[in-house]
Design a protein around this ligand. Structure first.
Ligand code: ADP
Length: 539
């Protein structure tokens, strides 16, 4: 065995912080405030991160202590992203949209010692304040009467102004916990994923790489995806490492302000889930908006309909690129750039879920536990492993989620020989009709291509003859109309005939989870409780 001669220095967030604050000192962080932006340079944000760490230390935050953030995507949130892990504490991003009982659960389960809260959402935290057993103090960003929190509350700006200007970052092992994020808990209680400095550093490099989003200081990043949802897909760290400018949208996540932000502040890259892009599309179709600054728009979290990508590209010149991952994978694991040589025939590739990234190993496992080939046909569960993939959950081992060191993603897919994943369903959403799988994702994507359809969610419902059949729940565009027969005829040349749903329900909106995904278990329950009006098509 020959020893390498390389130095074994640690991949830490403090090294990312110090590098970019010096090298890209003039790069900018803009925070949108409704009518204009607040601006700070990397130099200033870096200096404020030092002050924040000093202040937190004064409040008694030490190594390994958890600091919760109950914040929008803002400059202050970025400061916490940088300062908390760098001082050896652990950043816990809290999902603002959790039900109160789940919010209390995750704060207590993670044992957050301090929570940084934005005054505009203080009422949401107040609802659970008396259930929090570990929080000792709060930092308040903005102004509000927060006395009802029942614990000492410190004004963020005042605390920073009074704090020591320099913090000496500790030398940390790169495997130390840096940040944690709970899954949205669509089944059961949320589970905590704890990222390390090393996993965050490697994920940031991968996410900035040429086959991923190719980030540089020439970029301006607009993270629309919340910083509490899988770290805004890592963009705050990867953007910072690249020295890119940021446009932080704050609480202005509706179509109109987003269009204004894009036109005025000219981001080159903007990440959000399909629902957000869908809403924005309706707006920009009616209110011409200059979208030309965007060079790439990562989109994922749920399947991205081809019709959505085509509408953006053909009508607005915007290139949406589908990506796949989960809280457990930091989250980026696959990105669907078309392979070399397919520039003129890229849609079949771009419509796939994503091509596996270097650094993430993937295998496909069949129902009987056998490893399946990457032949584009065999369908099984996607399993992954790698340095930014979780190997367990915080204080909750959940062995059923792991298979000999591989994370079981619960996503059912085929994989092409080139490593492109095509997800057909989440395991818990599959429709098995007469023993054969029907892909709800394919049906939804096809339906969403119909001009009258705004959204479609397809779920399995019990059927006497076939055990399960698909129920199509459709949200029509404002003022549009369509009958089940018309929609079924539209699907006829797009999916297998036996997939065509007999049951149709026109609904006002699709119920959503706390991170904005279709909540299919709610639709199944509504169907079971006869709360949906269902029209039956007879073949
Ligand atoms: P939760 O599991 O609570 O919904 P995550 O945000 O971690 O929270 O969700 C990860 C899941 O989202 C993946 O396992 C997959 O089912 C789904 N997903 C993410 N990206 C895509 C995509 N591009 N296409 C289809 N499904 C996706």
């Amino acid at each position: 065995m020959l020893e390498s001669t390389m130095q074994d220095s640690q991949l830490t967030i403090s090294s990312m912080l110090e590098h970019s604050r010096r090298v890209y000192a003039t790069s900018r962080v803009l925070t949108f405030e409704g009518d204009g932006v607040r601006e700070a340079s990397y130099g200033e944000v870096g200096a404020r991160a030092h002050r924040l760490a000093s202040a937190l230390q004064e409040l008694g935050v030490g190594r390994g202590d958890r600091v919760g953030t109950f914040l929008w995507n803002t400059q202050e949130h970025l400061e916490a992203y940088l300062a908390v892990p760098s001082m050896g504490a652990v950043l816990h991003t809290l999902n603002l949209r959790l039900f109160p009982e789940q919010l209390a659960y995750v704060i207590n389960h993670a044992a957050d010692k301090v929570v940084i809260v934005d005054s505009t959402i203080l009422p949401l935290l107040l609802r659970v304040a008396d259930q929090l057993t570990t929080v000792e103090q709060y930092l308040l960003v903005g102004e509000a009467d927060a006395s009802a929190l029942g614990k000492p509350v410190h004004a963020y700006e005042k605390l920073l102004a009074d704090a020591a200007a320099t913090f000496v970052w500790p030398e940390l092992d790169e495997r130390t916990a840096a940040a944690m994020c709970y899954t949205s808990g669509t089944t059961g209680n949320p589970k905590g994923v704890v990222y390390s400095h090393r996993s965050t550093y490697l994920h940031s490099l991968a996410s900035g790489g040429g086959n991923t989003f190719n980030l540089s200081e020439n970029d301006t990043v607009l993270p629309v995806v919340p910083m509490f949802h899988a770290n805004a897909w890592g963009l705050p760290y990867s953007g910072w490492l690249a020295g890119a400018d940021f446009v932080m949208p704050g609480r202005f996540l509706q179509a109109e302000p987003l269009a204004k932000m894009i036109e005025t502040y000219k981001p080159t890259i903007a990440g959000a889930v399909p629902t957000i892009w869908n809403d924005l599309l309706t707006w920009i179709d009616e209110h011409p908006t200059d979208m030309s600054s965007l060079r790439v728009v990562p989109c994922g979290g749920s399947a991205v309909p081809q019709s959505l990508m085509k509408a953006y590209q053909e009508r607005h010149g915007v290139r949406i690129i589908q990506a796949w991952g989960m809280t457990e994978t930091s989250p980026l694991a696959a990105v669907s750039h078309p392979p070399k040589g397919y520039e003129d025939d890229e849609w079949p590739w771009r419509s796939k879920t994503g091509r596996i990234l270097a650094g993430v190993e993937m295998r496909l496992v069949g129902e009987s536990g056998d490893v399946l080939p990457w032949d584009g046909t065999a369908v099984g569960e996607v399993q992954v492993r790698g340095p930014w993939v979780t190997g367990s959950y915080h204080l909750d081992p959940d062995p059923a989620k792991f298979d000999g060191g591989w994370l079981r993603t619960g996503d059912v897919a085929s994989v092409s020989p080139e490593g492109f994943i095509q997800i057909t369903d989440r395991a818990k959403d599959v429709i098995k009709s007469g023993g054969e799988w029907i892909s709800s994702v394919d049906l939804e994507n096809a339906l969403m291509g119909h001009p009258s359809v705004r959204e479609a969610a397809v779920v399995a419902v019990p059927d006497e003859r076939w055990v399960e059949r698909p129920l199509a729940c459709v949200v029509l565009r404002d003022g549009a109309s369509a009958s089940p027969k018309e929609l079924s005829d539209y699907l006829e040349d797009k999916v297998a005939k036996w997939w065509l749903p007999e049951r149709w329900s026109f609904i006002a909106e699709v119920p959503r989870t706390s991170v904005g995904k279709f909540d299919k278990k709610v639709l199944r329950a509504q169907y079971a409780d006869h709360e949906l009006t269902v029209e039956q098509l007879t073949p």
